[in-house]
Design a protein. Structure first.
Length: 190
């Protein structure tokens, strides 16, 4: 496959993403912004990189100026390497996100889980704990969505059986969401 063919393949995948799922996601994040709800983001591997980048974009990329007081409160739970390695060493890797949520999250917070397969044990444990503790859960998946798509209260699915391209589409989707959030958050300002 040459690059032109790949970009065509990528574009064909992008247009399959459900706009209704994206609109719902935007509305959920706007709710978190309006109500000053904490948003946690998790993922593994390439999805961890997307989680870290998206949390930064939510927290910094949506503010209008340096002086902007009201901001989206977002944090990636993939970024605390000391806590993650301690948890995985002592309690097992499948607990790294659930245990951080037990430490930091409270009822009403949001959890965004990014997983290409939708079947990562640490993601599933975190979603199950969050659902049981009245935390709004959003899954971003590839393939058929796996367990995550079934367990998360809300989801965005990239219907593609290709991990690399799913992660690329996730990145594009997350950047689209940031642009839409910026427009919505500041639409009434000059």
């Amino acid at each position: 496959m040459n690059f032109k063919e790949y970009t065509s393949y990528l574009n064909e995948t992008l247009i399959k993403v459900d706009q209704g799922e994206l609109d719902n996601f935007i509305n959920l994040i706007l709710k978190a912004y309006d109500e000053e709800i904490m948003v946690f983001v998790i993922g593994n591997g390439g999805s961890a990189a997307n989680a870290s980048h998206f949390a930064q974009d939510l927290a910094k990329g949506t503010r209008k100026t340096l002086e902007t007081e009201k901001r989206i409160k977002a944090l990636s739970l993939t970024d605390n390497s000391a806590f993650i390695t301690a948890l995985s060493n002592d309690d097992g890797y499948d607990t790294i996100f659930e245990q951080q949520l037990r430490t930091y999250a409270k009822h009403g917070d949001f959890l965004i889980a990014i997983s290409g397969s939708g079947n990562s044990p640490n993601i599933i444990k975190a979603i199950e704990w969050a659902n049981a503790n009245e935390i709004t859960t959003i899954g971003i998946t590839g393939f058929e969505g796996g367990k995550l798509k079934k367990l998360a209260r809300h989801s965005v699915n990239v219907p593609l059986n290709d991990m690399c391209t799913s992660e690329s589409v996730h990145s594009v989707v997350l950047h689209y969401l940031i642009l839409e959030l910026q427009k919505s958050m500041y639409k009434n300002e000059n």
